[in-house]
Design a protein around this ligand. Structure first.
Ligand SMILES: Cc1cc2nc3c(=O)[nH]c(=O)nc-3n(C[C@H](O)[C@H](O)[C@H](O)COP(=O)(O)OP(=O)(O)OC[C@H]3O[C@@H](n4cnc5c(N)ncnc54)[C@H](O)[C@@H]3O)c2cc1C
Length: 452
């Protein structure tokens, strides 16, 4: 069939809607796919289970009027699709304020760059880097990060490495293998690229908030995007696919499922998906991460020549970044990941804010306890997204290594950052996957699939 519009009707009371392509999920990848199809004149309908588009991207406005991201925010050095999209959608990119190297803080003490803890930790990081390039030993497949770290000499060294792995991947150390970590490091072009600000994955920020991009893409789609529509089942048949939601069925020639495998596992597929996809869904989980931003009138720590970028080893282990906009206000971004992120769920918001800010007093000054506003999101509690930054493989399985498989299953195509060839897990990967899924669908609707 050709890619013409089918004149869908989309009132809330409709029990059945028809479209050419149904996209499941309005995160970056689903929105990019839908926009590409719409631009080709193909009738498309995006079904999003949450009451907002954006998925793992979400911008908020502080009382001072500044925009900030409680979800994905950094634009990596070579994230060229993300950079191009930010420019196309009229937003402003600025380089992150970053020191030569982050401080590492244990208790109230800054660890010396040339001290034994840092030297040993750097030697281990170098060995991981080399292992990731050469290919990690098979024995690492069933060895968890937790078990591997037990062999590292020095409590503080182990702790620093544990916090670095958690904050860079959002994994649980007892549910993530060293092999998977090494494979991720290799996929992302090395540890330096993953952990660095300048020249790495945390190089730039968007003044209007990265979440503004998904907001603007969603606005462009207008009535072609429906929120509050969780897809609970997808049936494949000779006429295409039928997607079931609580508001009724959607008939489509094709579906693009843009949710990560652990969330796809909550959808019933009829007939069932092939073994490689069910294996993927059963052997992956979403990471745990608590992200918070404290907003201040000014980045006061800079006036005292204190740098805010740091890794804190005391529990909860956390990474701190100075994400202030040029000219202010001051934004401090805190990331806690893995099991220690879930431990924060037990506190109420005031206790959590104090627990995360009090240890910064010695480092930045007492004003740190009095932010103008506090913005936070425990992503592992988001029932629609499931967690972040990305889906992770369970130890002993390679099913969830990046890039995760995206071979179409009949008329179902797959998007989502986890499927990207480049920078899977990042916004860049989400954009790449959305473009690829749209291309696949266009080619197959035009009957050109496989003809180059
Ligand atoms: C705290 C945090 C910080 C991050 N920081 C960065 C960063 O600095 N830089 C960076 O590049 N990346 C970052 N990331 C990762 C980045 O945000 C993601 O890679 C990207 O947003 C994923 O987009 P996606 O479209 O693949 O998936 P998602 O955003 O997860 O989109 C999937 C959508 O599907 C919806 N959905 C799920 N199930 C159903 C269903 N059954 N029916 C209908 N809809 C459904 C979900 O609600 C969601 O909206 C971060 C992520 C998090 C959580």
């Amino acid at each position: 069939m050709g890619p013409q519009a089918q004149g869908s009707t989309r009132s809330e009371n409709d029990r059945s809607t028809a479209t050419t392509v149904a996209v499941v999920g309005a995160g970056m990848s689903g929105l990019i796919a839908a926009r590409a199809l719409h631009r080709q004149g193909i009738d498309v309908l995006v079904l999003e289970s949450a009451d907002r588009p954006g998925g793992r991207m979400m911008a908020e406005t502080s009382p001072l009027g500044s925009r900030l991201d409680v979800g994905g925010q950094w634009v990596g050095h070579d994230h060229r699709r993300f950079i191009a999209l930010a420019a196309e959608l009229g937003t402003t990119l600025f380089p992150m304020h970053t020191p030569k190297r982050p401080d590492v803080i244990a208790g109230n003490r800054k660890l010396a760059v040339c001290g034994p803890v840092m030297l040993t930790a750097n030697a281990v990081l170098l060995s991981w880097e080399i292992r990731s390039r050469l290919g990690a030993p098979r024995g690492w497949e069933s060895q968890t990060v937790e078990a591997w770290l037990r062999k590292v000499p020095g409590r503080k060294v182990r702790r620093l490495l544990e916090v670095l792995v958690a904050v860079s991947t959002t994994s649980d150390p007892d549910r993530y293998s060293m092999h998977a970590f090494a494979a991720t490091v290799r996929h992302q072009g090395g540890l330096a690229a993953m952990l660095s600000t300048r020249g790495g994955a945390q190089e730039g920020l968007i003044a209007e908030g990265a979440g503004t991009l998904t907001e603007r893409l969603a606005a462009e789609l207008g009535p072609r995007l429906l929120t509050g529509r969780r897809v609970t089942s997808i049936r494949r048949h000779s006429g295409g696919v039928t997607l079931h939601t609580a508001y009724g069925d959607v008939q489509a020639a094709k579906a693009i499922v843009s949710v990560p495998p652990p969330m796809s596992a909550r959808i019933v597929y009829d007939p069932p998906l092939p073994a490689n996809r069910t294996e993927l869904e059963q052997n992956t989980y979403m990471g745990s991460v608590h992200k918070a931003i404290a907003v201040y009138e000014r980045p006061f720590w800079r006036e005292r020549k204190r740098q805010a970028e740091a890794v804190f080893l005391d529990k909860p282990g956390r990474a701190l970044f100075d994400t202030s906009l040029p000219g202010g206000p001051g934004h401090l971004c805190v990331l806690v990941a893995g099991p220690e992120a879930r431990e924060l769920d037990r506190l109420d918001v005031d206790d959590r804010r104090r627990a995360l800010l009090r240890p910064l007093v010695a480092h930045l000054g007492p004003e740190v306890l009095e932010p103008v506003s506090w913005h936070e999101k425990p992503w592992h509690l988001d029932e629609h997204v499931g967690g972040g930054y990305a889906a992770l493989p369970l130890p002993g399985s390679r099913a969830g290594y990046f890039p995760m498989p995206s071979d179409p299953v009949g008329d179902i195509h797959w998007a989502g950052t986890e499927t990207a060839e480049e920078h899977a897990g990042y916004v860049e990967g989400a954009i790449e996957s959305g473009e690829r899924a749209a291309r696949e669908v266009i080619d197959s609707l035009l009957g050109t699939a496989g003809t180059g």
